[in-house]
Write a protein that binds this ligand. Structure first.
Ligand code: PLP
Length: 361
């Protein structure tokens, strides 16, 4: 059943003010946003309104105790101009996994997906056409209860806004293997896309940057031995021809790109392992010339190749990117699916379709 989403259109579109050949990442926002309120135990008043500021009460619980979750996803345009989502229902599901851990209410998955369709249909002019560019989509939910006691809020707001992003050409990243700070522990909130995880990572990331690194390679919190993630990306290693990624253990964010890559590689017959992986095993493999690739994965970059990693003051290099087969293969595969140039056999690509005819008011 479709929900009734009230639509108020912006008086004037700002889309012609944007230089689509030079889009600064994360600073350009489309004309509209979706908003819904949680009150008296249910989600009410789902609506699309002009993008803009909103007021908050100074005691809003999120500002004090951090009940806040988000998603990050993209809509792209196929080469024949059709707007497409990639695995949108996976993002709806993960949003609720995050919500449950943060003691927040579920957001109906069908409303989440319908809101995406309605919002992106209205702002489809904002989807950059250039290959590798996309409309970045940011769904989020926060506690807005007006109360300063530590307790779960009884009111929340859910918002989705979007903004165009240019192609992401990351140069190969340099990783610093964590040996002091940790990102997450099993039993903690590492599996939730919740604000505090990112706040906690800012200082270690800043210190790593000051030393010339791009990202921290997070390790387990007990022994600094088992590899978790790189910055805000999942991480893959190719060791002696086998693709290995750390098994999720409660402290690792379950990336949708990670899942997509595992499925693509298994379908193509690559040897793939999800298992605990130690930094010592990786260093040994590098020393024996068996470490052919390391790459991070996530919605933003799809694949970010690793140039080298530094552990206890020793830097271990990787072969040149031109020799990396698997990272390039999965990146081209995902970009091709998003551009409609590779046939989608898995039902991952979903054409954007508004249910509500777009009416002006
Ligand atoms: C979002 C995120 C990822 C990647 O998830 P995708 O669904 O692939 O974008 C990986 N690690 C962390 C910590 C994240 O927040």
């Amino acid at each position: 059943m479709a929900y009734k989403i009230e639509i108020t259109k912006a008086e004037r579109s700002r889309v012609n003010d944007v230089d689509f050949d030079n889009i600064p990442f994360g600073r350009t926002f489309s004309d509209h946003m979706f908003v819904a309120d949680y009150q008296n135990g249910s989600w009410t008043n789902p609506r699309i309104v002009p993008f803009g500021y909103f007021q908050m009460h100074p005691s809003s619980l999120v500002l004090h105790y951090g009940q806040a979750i988000f998603e990050g996803m993209k809509a792209s345009k196929s080469i024949d101009g059709k707007p497409l989502f990639f695995r949108p229902e996976m993002h709806a599901k993960r949003f609720n996994t995050s919500a449950q851990r943060m003691c927040m209410p579920d957001f109906p998955e069908d409303l989440f997906v319908q809101a995406l369709h309605e919002l992106v249909a209205i702002d489809q002019e904002w989807i950059p056409a250039k290959e590798g560019s996309a409309l970045y989509i940011r769904p989020y939910m926060f506690a807005n209860g007006e109360f300063i006691g530590v307790q779960p809020s009884d009111t929340y707001q859910m918002i989705i806004f979007t903004g165009p992003v240019g192609p992401y050409y990351p140069k190969p990243v340099r990783l610093l293997v964590a040996d002091e700070f940790v990102r997450a522990v099993p039993g903690g909130v590492g599996e939730a896309k919740t604000a505090g995880n990112y706040a906690a990572s800012l200082l270690p990331a800043k210190l790593a940057k000051e030393q010339g690194f791009d990202q921290v390679l997070w390790m387990d919190a007990f022994e600094f031995k088992y590899i978790q993630e790189a910055g805000t990306m999942n991480i893959f290693f190719v060791i002696d021809g086998t693709v290995v990624t750390p098994a999720t253990d409660g402290a690792i964010l379950k990336g949708i790109t990670r899942d997509t890559i595992l499925r693509i590689l298994r379908n193509k017959g690559y040897k793939v392992e999800e298992r605990p992986l130690t930094i010592d095993e990786v260093i040994t493999a590098q020393g024996e010339g068996k470490l052919s690739e390391v790459f991070g994965t996530g919605t933003a970059a799809v694949v970010a190749h690793v140039a080298d990693f530094t552990h206890k003051g020793v830097t271990y290099g990787l072969p040149p990117v031109a020799e990396r087969e698997i990272g390039e293969l999965v990146k081209n595969e995902i970009n091709g699916l998003r551009a409609g140039t590779i046939e989608d056999e898995n039902g991952w690509v979903v054409p954007v379709e508004a249910l509500t005819p777009v009416h002006s008011r």
